[in-house]
Design a protein around this ligand. Structure first.
Ligand code: XMP
Length: 533
C-alpha cells in the first residue's frame, strides 16, 4: 500500500481536505495530525505524486513539508509545478518553502550559519498568516514571534510577486507570501510544540486562507464510515481477525454498528496472551458490543510447534504462520464470506509505504495478519486506514468500548512469545502471565499505567539463588520494562519510583512460584528495542 492509495480511496468524503506533500521530514505525520486536531481532514502523498492524483484528491489547500534534501543541487525533490497554478492556497514549510521559492524563480543558497532550535523572528509586513500573532508590537512594528527552526539552506532571492513578512538573524526571508496567488512560505516549523504559536499559524492557514470549516469530528467519521461500509458490503458477510488490541477492537465495534450480524470475528487464543485476556476480550466484545465471535483455543498447537525453538525470528515466523493456518481453517468453514476486514490505521499505511524503499533494514519481522488477504481471496475492508491512533481511540470510546481496552498499552502480535527469551514453554508463559499481572496492577494502583507508553514483564530462562524463609530457593529471573515514547521508534526508560519498584519486586517473588529475582531494564531504544526479542 502506498500513501497515495490512502488518499485516493478516502471514503468519508469530507468537504474540506488538506493535502500534505511529504518531502521526507520527520514531522510530516505531525503536520497531518495538527490539521486534524483543527477538525479538518488531511492526507499525505509523497512529494513526487503525479499531478493527476493530486488533482483527483481535490484538495482545498496543499502543504509542502520539510525534508532532508537541499534544493541547491540540480536533481532534488520537487513538487509537481502545476500545484502552484491550481488557484488553491499552498503553504511551504522549511524545505517546502525553499522548493516553492526555487520552483517559482527565486534563489536558495546553502547558508554558512545554520539555524537550529529557538529563534526570535521579527514580523515586518502585514500577512494573513502571521499578523496579530507577534509579541511586543507597538506603533509601526508588528512585533516578534518565538519560533523553532531547523535548516541549513535559506532563500536569498524571492520569486516575483512574493514579499517577506518576517525575518530572523539568519533568514532574511523567515516567512514569505504572495497574497494574490495565495502562496505562503515559512522557514520555521509551525507543527512542533517548540513554536508556541504554531498551532495558531496552522489554524490561520486552514480557516482564514483555505476557508475550511472544522467539520472533521469523530461523530461524523463514524457516521460517514457506517454509510460507506454498508454501501460497499451490501448483504455480504465480513470476516475479521480480532486480536483484542485497540485497532482490531475498534474496527470490530465500528463494523458491528454498520452491519451487525453480517460481521463474524475470529479470535485465536495462542496461549501467549496476558492473564485472563481471552476471557476479557470474549466478554467485552460479545456482551458489551454484541459481536458475533468465534473463539478458538489453539494454545497446545502453538506450544507444540514452538517446542525446542530458541531463535527469535524463527519463533516470530512460526507464530505468524500458525495464526494464518488456523485462521484459514476456520474461515474455510464459513461459506458466504466475501470480505476480510483489518484494523489497519494511517501510520501503518504510511510506514508500509516507507518500508518499500530498500533503505529500511529489517530489525524484527513485525507481522500480525500480513498474508491473509492474498491467501483467502477476499476483498479487503479497512475502515480505519485514514485515521491516526488518537482518532481511533476517540471513536472506540464513542462506540462504547471500555476505557481499559481503548487506552491499553500496545501488545505485539507474537505476544508473550517474544517476552519469553529462548524456548517458549507453557510453564514459562504461566509464570510470566502472573508476574505481568502484578506489575500492571501496581502501575494502575500508583497512577503510573497511563504515564508509561508500554510496560510489561520479560521472562529470563536463567536461575538465580534466593532465600525463602530458612530455605534456599533456585528459581527464574524476570525483568520489568517500562518505556515512554511518542512514536515507538525511539523510547526512554521510564523513571519508576524506587519504592514502587520494591513493592512490585516483593509481590512477584512472594506470589509467583518459580521466580527468585526481579530486575528493571533501564536501556533506551536505540540501542535496545522495546521488546527483548
Ligand atoms: P520494538 O521491540 O521493535 O517494538 O522496539 C516497537 C513496538 O512494536 C511492538 N511490536 C510488535 N507489534 N507485531 C506487532 O503488532 C509484532 O510482531 C511486534 N513486535 C514488536 C512492540 O510491542 C512496541 O510497541
Amino acid at each position: 500500500m502506498t500513501p497515495s492509495s490512502a488518499a485516493d480511496h478516502h471514503s468519508a468524503s469530507p468537504e474540506d481536505k488538506i493535502l500534505v506533500l511529504d518531502f521526507g521530514s520527520q514531522y510530516t505525520q505531525l503536520i497531518a495530525r495538527r490539521i486534524r486536531e483543527c477538525k479538518v481532514f488531511s492526507a499525505i502523498l509523497p512529494y513526487d505524486a503525479l499531478f493527476e492524483s493530486i488533482k483527483s484528491f481535490q484538495p482545498t489547500g496543499i502543504i509542502l513539508s520539510g525534508g532532508p534534501a537541499t534544493v541547491t543541487e540540480e536533481f532534488t525533490a520537487r513538487a509537481a509545478s502545476e500545484i502552484f497554478e491550481m488557484g488553491i492556497p499552498v503553504l511551504g514549510i522549511c524545505y517546502g518553502m525553499q522548493t516553492m521559492a526555487a520552483q517559482l524563480g527565486g534563489k536558495v543558497e546553502n547558508s554558512l550559519v545554520h539555524e537550529y532550535g529557538h529563534t526570535t523572528m521579527a514580523l515586518v509586513e502585514e500577512s494573513e498568516l502571521l499578523s496579530g500573532l507577534g509579541e511586543n508590537s507597538s506603533n509601526g512594528s508588528f512585533g516578534e514571534m518565538d519560533v523553532w527552526m531547523s535548516h541549513g539552506d535559506r532563500v536569498i532571492e524571492l520569486p516575483e510577486g512574493f514579499t517577506a513578512t518576517a525575518c530572523s538573524a539568519n533568514s532574511p526571508f523567515a516567512a514569505i507570501s504572495d497574497g494574490k496567488r495565495q502562496l505562503y512560505g515559512l522557514q520555521f516549523h509551525p507543527e512542533v510544540t517548540h513554536t508556541p504559536k504554531g498551532q495558531e499559524v496552522i489554524e490561520r492557514f486552514l480557516y482564514r486562507i483555505c476557508r475550511c470549516s472544522p467539520n472533521w469530528k469523530s461523530e461524523s467519521i463514524i457516521q460517514n464510515q457506517i454509510e460507506s461500509i454498508r454501501q460497499k458490503v451490501g448483504s455480504d458477510q465480513v470476516l475479521l481477525a480480532l486480536s483484542g488490541g485497540v485497532d482490531s477492537s475498534v474496527c470490530a465495534a465500528l463494523l458491528q454498528k454498520a452491519i451487525g450480524d453480517q460481521l463474524i470475528c475470529i479470535f485465536v487464543d495462542n496461549g501467549l496472551l496476558r492473564l485472563d485476556e481471552a476471557k476479557t476480550v470474549y466478554q467485552t466484545m460479545t456482551e458489551k458490543i454484541g459481536i458475533n465471535l468465534l473463539a478458538i483455543d489453539a494454545a497446545d498447537r502453538f506450544f507444540s510447534e514452538l517446542a525446542g525453538v530458541t531463535e527469535p525470528e524463527l519463533k516470530r515466523k512460526i507464530i505468524g504462520r500458525l495464526f494464518i493456518e488456523i485462521f484459514q481453517e476456520e474461515a474455510s468453514k464459513l461459506k458466504d464470506v466475501k470480505w476480510l476486514a483489518q484494523g489497519t490505521i494511517y501510520p501503518d499505511v504510511i510506514e508500509s509505504a516507507g518500508l518499500q524503499t530498500d533503505k529500511a533494514k529489517v530489525i524484527k519481522s513485525h507481522h500480525n495478519v500480513g498474508g491473509l488477504p492474498e491467501s483467502l481471496h477476499l476483498q479487503l475492508l479497512e475502515p480505519l486506514r485514514e485515521l491516526f491512533k488518537d482518532e481511533v481511540r476517540k471513536i472506540g470510546s464513542e462506540l462504547g468500548l471500555p476505557h481499559e481496552i481503548v487506552y491499553r498499552h500496545p501488545f505485539p502480535g507474537p505476544g508473550l512469545g517474544v517476552r519469553i527469551l529462548g524456548e517458549v514453554k507453557k510453564k514459562f508463559a504461566d509464570i510470566l502471565r502472573q508476574a505481568d499481572a502484578i506489575y500492571i496492577e501496581e502501575l494502575y494502583r500508583h497512577d503510573l499505567y497511563y504515564e508509561a507508553s508500554q510496560a510489561f514483564v520479560v521472562f529470563l530462562p536463567v536461575k538465580s539463588v534466593g532465600v525463602v524463609g530458612d530455605n534456599r530457593a533456585y528459581d527464574y529471573v524476570v525483568s520489568l520494562r517500562a518505556v515512554q515514547t511518542q512514536d515507538f521508534m525511539t523510547a526512554n526508560c521510564m523513571e519508576l519510583p524506587h519504592q514502587v519498584l520494591q513493592i512490585i519486586a516483593s509481590r512477584i517473588v512472594n506470589e509467583v512460584a518459580g521466580v527468585s529475582r526481579v530486575t528493571y531494564d533501564i536501556t533506551s531504544k536505540p540501542p535496545a528495542t522495546i521488546e527483548w526479542e
